[in-house]
Design a protein around this ligand. Structure first.
Ligand SMILES: Cc1cc2nc3c(=O)[nH]c(=O)nc-3n(C[C@H](O)[C@H](O)[C@H](O)COP(=O)(O)OP(=O)(O)OC[C@H]3O[C@@H](n4cnc5c(N)ncnc54)[C@H](O)[C@@H]3O)c2cc1C
Length: 388
């Protein structure tokens, strides 16, 4: 196996690292303290990332995107991941689900989103349906050539900065005892009568990156708002869920690497009992474990991304990368705080933020338990099939 990066990949990594350090990190503290990203800064980051060629890097060049293969994209995500999520997400990687756009939807949603003229949010989760998406209650009932949508979504990220929502709603029920919902995806513009965005909750992770409640009250949309085919929403989402999970994994690498770097420097510079604390095995062995877990997570993530590029990535590959990288990042940021002692908890340093921010990575885009469920199900099912 060849683990070496190509010359082009090295250049892209260096350019993204420079962008992260120069265009994102200087604003982190201000955003963290105010809990807001000033709108001028949103525009600045968007336009500079477009100029730098890293906006919509996940989208094919024929659509105007960066056309990066999944492995190179994961390297880019890793570099961006070092910075506050409230800032680095503005360097958009539009939802791959938008590739299902057809006809007018391409000009209306897909292309402007890749250009940075429009921004989407994505709404699956509901108060009574998180992990169990196919138990969702938000419904879209067919009425002639339109659908009438009723229901509530919550935890919907950056709906404040979005121009439209990719909404997942129930359009029927499977037959059988489990009565799983048939799900359809819709594209719905802000301002559509009956669709309202309301403030959500304050999360401990990613201050400045807000979540919202979306209410649909007899919201009528034309059948041309269906993304992909009716009842195929879950299939479309599943098709792209792997790349979303790889993104979370790669972002965790960047965040963990930053914490590890800070902790290593501190272990050399901080003196107690007349010696640098890194000379105490209690501290140096922490660093050894942090580095080892980091490298293991990086291998899992980049290998899954490489397989994605070959068309051989399984849902187990993506689940293992997300599970391990997010748990690694929680461990590394926590141990980094321990190495800093009391100073690690102070907001003078980015460490407590890195630790708080990564907490959500074990929850969104499928909790750690759901990733374990996917991995174990794929181990057990083939054997169970042969048993009486
Ligand atoms: C800050 C933030 C932003 C988010 N942004 C978005 C967004 O933009 N769009 C969107 O659609 N969603 C978003 N989400 C929702 C997120 O995807 C859900 O929180 C996540 O899927 C878990 O759902 P839940 O919170 O309802 O937990 P639940 O599903 O209620 O789970 C509760 C606990 O039970 C466990 N559990 C559930 N089922 C099983 C099982 N079968 N086996 C073992 N354990 C199980 C879970 O692992 C968890 O520990 C966001 C969430 C947060 C916190």
């Amino acid at each position: 196996m060849d683990f070496a990066l190509t010359a082009e990949q090295k250049l892209i990594v260096e350019a993204t690292r420079r962008f992260t350090e120069q265009e994102l990190m200087p604003y982190e503290e201000k955003v963290e303290r105010s809990g807001q990203v000033p709108s001028g800064l949103v525009e600045q980051i968007r336009s500079r990332s477009i100029a730098a060629g890293i906006y919509a890097a996940n989208m094919p060049t024929e659509l105007g995107g960066g056309g990066l293969d999944p492995l190179t994209l994961a390297l880019v995500e890793r570099e961006l991941g070092a910075a506050s999520y409230a800032l680095q997400y503005i360097v958009a990687r539009p939802s791959n689900i938008l590739r299902a756009c057809q006809g007018d939807q391409i000009e209306r949603y897909l292309l402007p989103t890749v250009r940075g003229d429009r921004v989407e949010c994505l709404a699956m989760s509901e108060p009574d349906a998180g992990s169990d998406l196919r138990g969702m209650k938000c419904s879209a009932v067919r009425d002639g050539d339109s659908y009438i949508i009723n229901g509530t979504k919550h935890f919907i990220s950056h709906a404040d900065l979005s121009d439209y929502v990719i909404l997942f709603a129930a359009t029927g029920e499977e037959s059988g005892s489990r009565r799983r919902k048939k799900i359809t995806a819709f594209l719905i513009d802000n301002g559509t009568p009956g669709y309202e965005v309301q403030p959500g909750y304050q999360a401990v992770s990613n201050r400045g990156y807000h979540n919202f409640v979306l209410n649909f009250d007899d919201c009528r949309v034309s059948s041309s708002a269906v993304l992909g085919e009716e009842h195929q929403g879950f299939a479309i989402a599943n098709q792209w869920l792997g790349s979303t999970r790889l993104q979370v994994a790669a972002v965790c690498l960047g965040r963990a690497r930053r914490a590890l770097h800070l902790a290593t420097e501190w272990a050399v510079d901080r003196t107690q009992f007349g010696r640098p604390i890194g000379k105490f095995q209690g501290v140096s062995f922490k660093l050894a474990d942090m580095q080892t877990r980091y490298e293991a997570a990086e291998l899992l993530t980049l290998r899954a991304a490489w397989k994605d590029g070959q068309g051989t990535m399984t849902d187990t590959d993506a689940a293992m990368a997300k599970l391990y990288a997010s748990e690694m990042c929680q461990f590394v940021t926590d141990e980094a705080i321990q190495i800093f002692g009391g100073m690690g908890l102070m907001d003078e340093l980015p460490l407590e933020r890195l630790w708080r921010d990564t907490r959500v990575d074990r929850i969104w885009d499928g909790t750690s338990e759901i990733q374990r469920h996917i991995i174990s199900r794929n181990l057990l099912r083939p054997l169970e099939k042969d048993r009486p």
